[in-house]
Design a protein around this ligand. Structure first.
Ligand code: NAD
Length: 494
């Protein structure tokens, strides 16, 4: 941490203990932000916004470019901290930092493309246009499982859009946030200074999050986490007519059709369902397999499940690291019990004891063959459980896939062109993400990221997600000498 330039007092103080999922040991103590301090913190951010919104957007992009450079230089160290704090295997820890670098690059280009519209007017000698202006202070609440990338999806865009940012990371992962804050400070110094309070990290749990949620000075509140959290946050932000970007839970499915390339499918399913120990919002949780290939695919998967390496992510060839904590392991075991009670057959799923990591919560990923889509299959259990269902015809497969409350990510394995196109059509997948011949997880930053239904409807990252961080202004300009009214309305006064 000191290597990032974080004051050791910030993580060695008396405060909330931060436990590494790798060993269960406390690796730091971070004090929660004082609730009384929040009023001043938001005020400072609001003042920073007033200055920052007038800095030309390409110049704001230069600040984000410098942040990207700091992240490049710190990639290995920050990736390792991600591994220590949330237990990801090293390539995924570093991959998360790479995602931050990618979104910075994207945002730099975007800083010259925050384009509005010129619109033909029905009135003579008139012009209409639309402009995008900075929205204000953006509050960012993040989940433990992407402790740094989700911040950057929001912040890189918000900063080039001219907004100030207040970030409340998960109480389970404040150390990586403090490290990122230090990198932001380095970029700011190289930039020649940014307004005080432009990017602020606040620490704590739900209570501190709620102070952002309820503050009318927070123009946009972007919240990533469980559907339970999003339901509470969405209602509260709506009550004050604020804008919420909600990125919530998923219950993602892949359909494997008779024409699928099974070699490719097995690899994609394995990464999608077991990668990050099943703790991605886009983790593959349901596999819908055509009856004609069921016996060719499912035993192969069962073999992979029995053999995959589970253990200390710092120890080399491990693919599946720990769950975040004991509560997550307990939730996994409860879901497996419920699946068995509903007629499921479970391969794997048992707790695993890892030498030297006795305080960690490790489990073998579970493959669960289900007779029907019932009980725990309808819920997101944040653990590596893959439920397998059988289907007969294509319409049934799509109905099963869409027949859950969540709508984040989905995919189909097929070499049948018509099936693939039907899957991507309006009558196909109802999710925010729908892939062909690949898994449900591992999105790139170039596309808009997010999902429908109980996933919250928000979009972040690429495409035109930047519009969520700006306000739209429509203007009509009369350059003539008469005053024609729209729709032919007459209102003549002497
Ligand atoms: P969580 O809901 O427990 O917490 C997420 C964040 O919300 C934390 O910072 C927490 O302190 C805060 N919070 C909780 N209740 C709050 C409230 N009432 N008001 C304000 N803030 C509140 O989620 P988690 O366990 O950290 O993360 C796992 C969940 O996040 C999974 O459901 C996963 O699918 C979801 N997730 C979604 C996406 C996405 O982009 N859709 C990405 C990552 C994670």
């Amino acid at each position: 941490m000191a290597g990032f330039g974080v004051d050791p007092g910030a993580y060695a103080a008396a405060g909330r203990a931060v436990h590494s999922p790798v060993t269960g040991e406390a690796i730091g103590h971070v004090a929660d932000t004082e609730p009384m301090a929040m009023v001043a913190i938001v005020a400072r951010a609001a003042e920073a916004f007033v200055t920052w919104r007038l800095v030309p957007a390409p110049r704001r992009g230069e600040f984000v470019r410098l942040l990207g450079e700091e992240l490049r230089a710190a990639k290995a160290a920050l990736g390792r901290l991600v591994t220590l704090e949330v237990g990801k295997v090293p390539s995924e820890g570093e991959g998360e930092v790479q995602e931050m670098i990618d979104i910075c690059d994207f945002a730099v280009g975007l800083s010259r493309q925050l384009q509005g519209l010129a619109i033909p007017s029905e009135r003579a000698d008139h012009r209409m246009m639309e402009q995008w202006h900075p929205a204000g202070v953006v509050g960012v609440i993040t989940a433990f499982n992407f402790p740094v990338a989700v911040f950057s999806w929001n912040a890189a865009l918000a900063l080039v859009c001219g907004d100030a940012v207040i970030w409340k990371p998960s109480e389970k992962a404040p150390l990586t946030a403090l490290a990122v804050q230090a990198l932001v400070a380095r970029a700011a110094a190289r930039f020649g200074g940014v307004p005080d309070g432009l990017v602020t990290v606040v620490t704590g749990g739900r209570a501190i999050g709620e102070m952002l949620v309820d503050d009318p000075r927070i123009a946009v509140l972007s919240a990533t986490g469980s559907t339970r959290m999003g339901r509470a946050v969405g209602e509260r932000v709506a009550r004050r007519f604020g804008r919420a970007i909600l990125e919530l839970g998923g219950n993602n499915a892949s359909i494997v059709t008779p024409s699928a390339d099974l070699d490719l499918a097995v690899r994609a399913i394995a990464f999608g369902a077991m990668g990050t120990a099943g703790q991605r919002c886009t983790t593959l949780r349901r596999l819908i397999v055509h009856e004609s290939i069921y016996d060719a695919l499912v035993p192969r998967l069962a073999k992979v499940y029995r053999g995959v390496s589970v253990g200390n992510p710092l120890s080399g060839a491990v693919l599946v690291g720990p769950l975040v904590d004991a509560a997550a392991l307990e939730a996994m075991q409860k879901a497996l019990e419920a699946a068995k009670a509903a007629g499921g057959t479970v391969t794997g799923g048992e707790p695993v004891s890892v030498d030297g990591c006795e305080g960690g919560a490790y489990a073998r990923p579970a493959l669960v063959e289900m007779p029907a889509q019932v009980g725990p299959v309808l819920e997101e259990t944040f653990a590596p459980i893959l439920y397998v269902l059988k289907y007969r015809d294509f319409a049934e497969a799509v109905a099963l896939q869409n027949g859950v409350p969540q709508g984040l990510s989905s995919s189909i394995f097929t070499n049948d062109f018509r099936e693939a196109e039907r899957y991507l059509s309006a009558a196909g997948s109802d999710c925010g993400i729908a892939n062909v011949n690949m898994g449900t997880s591992g999105a790139e930053i170039g596309g808009a990221f997010g999902g429908e239904k109980e996933t919250g409807g928000g979009r972040e990252s690429g495409s035109d997600a930047w519009k969520g961080y700006m306000r739209r202004m429509t203007s009509a300009i009369n350059y003539g000498t008469s005053l024609p009214l729209a729709q032919g309305v007459r209102f003549d006064v002497e």
